[in-house]
Design a protein around this ligand. Structure first.
Ligand SMILES: Nc1ncnc2c1ncn2[C@@H]1O[C@H](COP(=O)(O)OP(=O)(O)OP(=O)(O)O)[C@@H](O)[C@H]1O
Length: 565
């Protein structure tokens, strides 16, 4: 019977489940969670069997190829020979070989930091090691198959297999030289056994003496045993006299090379002037792909050698990398080389590129100019550019002596692959031979040193004591072009300074005095047509200050004004 509906009838209030109780149940009784009702949540698709899928496989790299053997006179095919493919399956992530597969085009120039570098030329040849191992293969053969306790037992005929190893009585075998007892050996052994019982101090003494005898060398031996290659101080006087060593050859630049044109009838690059002897000697070595170290004074013509290396590699359709220590020099060389090579029959204009931190121009060019740090990063990252690299030119290589950055030159020289020829350019340094010897020993290839002390631009030293006005032309020669001291010039310079100022010369100049001095000097040089000039200041702050002062006072300077280096 339905319940009567009246105004006073009220349903009992809904009793909500206790939230605390609900949460506890949720946390404690995990089996009630819907996730466990997998029958409702999970769907299962049975796998269909596909036998034909067994026939599918990813291609493994080809390990061998067929080489056709032809008759050289008729061209008729005589035979097919299966030859192994070098570096099959090798790539930049698993191999240091030059025959590994090239990386993607985006990584051609810079490489990638997940790449292996190419095998450095200064390391022992891995292929030579491999051939040694192959020779030794017979002694390293496995005699027990992996997973088995023992190998096969053979009878004495070496062919018939048995269940038990055959015991050969070799206790007295005159055929076996090991079985012959040497009495002298036994006596010696006994003597050493007896030595054990000597007093510990004696034993200790003899052991120290032994180790001393083992590790020390006699003076004669010292000449024979190669010492470990030191990190060189390239500008420090050498203990090696300037004569040939095992790995460095000093070329004679005192006599003219009369047969130069016969030896190189078709030069890769022609010059408007007759080459100097040191340039000819260096070029002859470049043609033979020998490492060359050119040490010559500023403006002696070192760049000529670098240009020839670039031209030679462009002729061979290979590459050259020109490294310089500073970005400003790289930029300047880029401009110079573009100009040098632009008129050639082949399109060399496009064959010069620049890679620095600021610019990347024509990165796939035949001649790339970059800072040494960029080349180091390319070598570490296994850049594919190094594959067809013929020459690497190191300008101002004496930077290897630099405390902060010298290690970069060392690393690059060590990392270069063996097929690369290095051309080192430097101002004259006292130990060229020592440096070349270090390099040659590392590469196990001779380095040819070309050294000239001639200065095409004679160096003269003057003292300038003027401050403008009547003293504006006070410039006195104190060291002439033959490196002779000019006493008279020095006296005149001393006399030209008034006594109070003369005393003040020992002290520091006031900024205003310094400004007047620089201004008077530059003015004097300008009037005597001796500009441009490079002014050295040993403090950065002073350098900025002088540059600022000069740009204010010498507004009329033509041809580019003042540049800070
Ligand atoms: N054999 C030569 N005869 C005449 N002029 C030459 C000869 N060799 C080089 N030059 C010229 O001398 C100038 C300086 O040469 P280069 O720039 O090659 O010198 P460098 O030694 O490289 O100088 P730096 O030390 O500044 O690098 C250039 O103008 C070059 O054309």
């Amino acid at each position: 019977m339905p319940k009567p509906k009246n105004a006073f009838h009220m349903e009992p209030p809904p009793i909500l489940p206790d939230i605390e109780e609900q949460l506890r149940e949720y946390i404690v009784c995990t089996e009630k969670l819907p996730i466990h009702e997998y029958e409702r949540n999970q769907e299962f698709w049975p796998r269909k069997r596909d036998i034909t899928s067994l026939f599918e496989f990813t291609d493994s790299p080809l390990c061998s190829t067929l080489r056709i053997n032809r008759d050289p006179s008729t061209g008729k095919i005589l035979d097919f020979i299966e030859v192994p493919i070098k570096g099959a399956g090798a790539n930049a992530r698993n191999s240091m070989s030059l025959s590994r597969a090239p990386g993607p085009p985006t990584e051609t120039v810079r490489g990638s930091n997940s790449n292996f570098p190419f095998w450095p030329g200064s390391f022992p040849d891995p292929l030579a090691d491999l051939s040694l191992k192959e020779e030794d293969l017979t002694s390293e053969l496995l005699t027990v198959a992996p997973g088995l306790d023992r190998g096969l037992y053979f009878k004495s005929d070496g062919v018939t297999v048995t269940d038990e190893p055959e015991i050969i009585d070799s206790s007295f075998n005159t055929q076996n030289p090991d079985a012959i007892v040497n009495i002298i050996d036994l006596v010696n052994q006994e003597k050493t056994m007896l030595d054990i019982w000597q007093t510990p101090t004696n034993a200790l003494k003899s052991s120290t003496e032994d180790s001393y005898n083992t590790f020390t060398t006699t003076p004669e031996e010292e000449d024979v045993i190669p010492k470990e290659a030191p990190v060189l101080k390239i500008t420090q006087p050498s203990h090696i006299v300037n004569r040939d060593t095992l790995w460095a050859v000093m070329l004679d630049c005192s006599k003219p090379v009369t047969d130069f044109n016969d030896r190189i009838p078709e030069m890769a690059h022609k010059y408007k002037f007759e080459l100097d002897t040191f340039q000819k000697q260096a070029i002859l070595q470049l043609e033979k792909h020998n490492h060359v170290f050119v040490a010559a004074h500023t403006s002696a013509g070192k760049t000529v050698v670098a240009e020839y290396a670039i031209a030679l590699s462009l002729k061979h359709m290979t590459r050259t990398i020109y490294t310089s220590p500073i970005k400003a020099l790289s930029n300047q060389k880029y401009r110079d080389f573009r100009h040098t090579f632009k008129d050639k029959s082949y399109d060399r204009f496009k064959d010069v590129g620049l890679i620095t931190g600021d610019f990347q121009i024509n990165q796939t060019a035949g001649c790339l100019i970059m800072t040494t740090e960029i080349l180091r990063s390319m070598l570490f990252n296994g850049s594919d550019v190094t594959r067809d690299l013929e020459f690497v030119i190191f300008d101002e290589v004496h930077y290897i002596n630099d405390k902060e950055r010298g290690h970069v030159w060392e690393q690059v020289l060590i990392l270069l692959p063996a097929h690369v020829t290095v051309v080192l350019l430097s101002a004259t340094v006292p130990n060229t031979i020592e440096f070349a010897d270090w390099l040659g020993r590392m590469y196990q290839k001779k380095v040819y040193v070309v050294r000239t002390l001639e200065r095409p631009v004679p160096l003269q030293h003057y003292l300038y004591t003027g401050t403008g006005g009547s003293t504006k032309n006070n410039r006195f020669l104190v060291l002439n072009e033959t490196n002779m001291w000019v006493q008279d010039g020095y006296y005149k310079a001393s006399e030209s300074i008034p006594p109070p100022a003369h005393a003040a010369i020992q002290k520091k100049y006031m900024p205003q005095q310094e400004k007047t001095l620089w201004s008077a000097l530059v003015d004097h040089l300008k009037r005597n047509d001796l500009l441009p000039v490079v002014a050295f200041t040993f403090s950065r702050v002073k350098c900025d200050m002088n540059a600022k002062n000069l740009s204010q006072t010498q507004r009329s300077l033509t041809g580019g004004g003042i540049h800070l280096l």
